[in-house]
Design a protein around this ligand. Structure first.
Ligand code: HEM
Ligand code: HEM
Length: 164
């Protein structure tokens, strides 16, 4: 970790909220790709390819790949530019660090599993993809609750670190 400034850089803040938006988009727009993937298995690759994946399914693929690429950029920024020091101390600081680590890992592995499922027609990877998305949602729920707790209960201005 490099610097110990009290805010994330503008680039880090933009990436945080852009990735939140892209993740939400892919969570919401997932039925078409799930249907296209099912067609691949039930009607066979030829039939699925002839019908061609719809625009929404393709959007899911490319938005998801964008999340993965932007996460790599974000990790690069974090390793050169650093991050603000932990807000709490002791096990809470460790929990926050572990939570962030889990988010980085999940946001890299979820698109990878999706790619293996989609481009290789791999059913196990599709299941892993779905399970990890749900796991990420649980971590995000705790992450969001923690951020709001800092803002409304502790009133320590933590949200300001990530505010544009
Ligand atoms: C942040 C990135 C992503 C999120 C949040 C996400 C989310 C989701 C969700 C919620 C589903 C529905 C799961 C279900 O019905 O059980 C799904 C399905 C699917 N996604 Fe993604 N996805 C992401 C990235 C990708 C990428 C990059 C690809 C491929 C290049 C992909 C390919 C698929 C496929 C093939 C399915 C259908 C199979 C299945 O149900 O798991 N996803 N995705
Ligand atoms: C409304 C919802 C959200 C709020 C208010 C929020 C707020 C924050 C804040 C204040 C931080 C800085 C924490 C600190 O310095 O200790 C942070 C970091 C982080 N957030 Fe969020 N966040 C939200 C949603 C999300 C979502 C949906 C994701 C994932 C898709 C996410 C991923 C991350 C990651 C990975 C970090 C760690 C950054 C780093 O240290 O490199 N956040 N968030």
């Amino acid at each position: 970790m490099a610097a110990t400034q009290d805010r994330y850089s503008t680039a880090q803040i933009v990436l945080h909220w852009l990735i939140v938006a892209l993740f939400a988009f892919n969570y919401i727009v997932s039925d078409p790709i799930a249907e296209a993937f099912e067609a691949f298995w039930e009607e066979g690759a030829a039939a699925a390819r002839a019908a061609g994946p719809g625009l929404a399914a393709q959007a899911h693929v490319w938005v998801g790949i964008a999340v993965m690429v932007l996460m790599v950029v974000r990790l690069g920024l974090r390793s050169t530019r650093g991050a603000p020091p932990p807000a709490g101390t002791g096990w809470l600081a460790r929990a926050a660090h572990l939570g962030h680590l889990a988010l980085y890992g999940l946001l890299l592995v979820i698109p990878m599993a999706g790619m293996v499922a989609w481009f290789q027609g791999e059913e196990t990877a599709a299941e892993v993809h779905g399970v990890l998305v749900n796991l990420a949602l649980a971590v995000i729920a705790v992450h969001t609750a923690a951020a709001l707790y800092h803002h409304f209960v502790l009133k320590d201005g933590l949200l300001g670190r990530m505010r544009p």
